[in-house]
Design a protein around this ligand. Sequence first.
Ligand code: SF4
Length: 345
Amino acid sequence: MTKKLMVGKVAVGGGAPVSIQSMCNTKTDDVAATVAQIHALEDAGCEIIRVAVPDEDAAKAVDKIKEQIAIPLIADIHFNYKLALMCAERGIDALRINPGNIGGEEKVKAVADICRQKNIPIRIGVNGGSLEKELRAKYGGVTAEALVESAMGHVRLLNRFDFDDICISVKCSDVPLTMRAYTLLSQQTDYPLHLGVTEAGTPSMGMVKSAMGIGGLLCMGIGDTIRVTLTADPVEEIYAAKKILRAAGLRKEGVNLIACPTCGRTRIDLIPMAEEVERRLMNCTKNITVAVMGCAVNGPGEAAAADVGIAGGKGEGLIFRKGEILYKVPQERLVDALMEEIEKL
Ligand code: SF4
């Protein structure tokens, strides 16, 4: 089991539920836009949020953002230890910073000291794309061993200053390499691991890469918190993360949506209907199975195990529960009627 740390009120590691993170793509010093995006992410199910802190204006926004949001806030900092100190003074819940890159032991000590005093964990975020030149040369490129050696080097720096509240990530855009690196890392450390596949891409390909990389590792028992990276609205990352956690068997709450593949018997425009149902149930936490079926002949029977479902007819559809037909509804009211039935469950 990994060690447990607290990012604000959210436990990470030590058997705590795997938490879902995302990162804002607003300008952090635009407090109104950043807070609005965080609220949308909170509503979608985001549990920890990170913002980029590239300069002092961004660092100065930390306390203003924090007082308006409900989930823990992480500052993502590259190279500049002063920004880390500023964020720590302004109530940040965690930092993502690589101590080996901030320019010397005195600076690492200053960051470690303030974070220890204020119980602020640090995530060491090693990234295949920015791996140290020496390690690339030593291993002949970006390898799992090189990524892990980089991460453990940063860990030792923090440990030297008596700092132990650490989370680690070793992300790459290459899925098998990411998986090898995390597997190796999990054999060498019991610090909690933050999983992700970087630059995963647009939602369709990014989802596949993340489901394989993050989901595969989770199925092996590796990983304590996850961030799906998509070239899309960050809300999509949260929905993707939830799906991965459900598919990995780590989250039970939420709707299991089943939909028929459609066939020559389909008498209704089923695909957009199934998509709408999925979208509208994304935040539903009821532990139920909902079916969206194409025809009344076989639909209710094929989906007899569903708690509730719809089956399409010609211009109208059926609402059924556990295979039993309840009533008919005009096609345009079908999804609304389904939602009303789900409300009653
Ligand atoms: S439920 Fe009906 S429409 Fe859907 S695949 Fe089965 S037979 Fe075809």
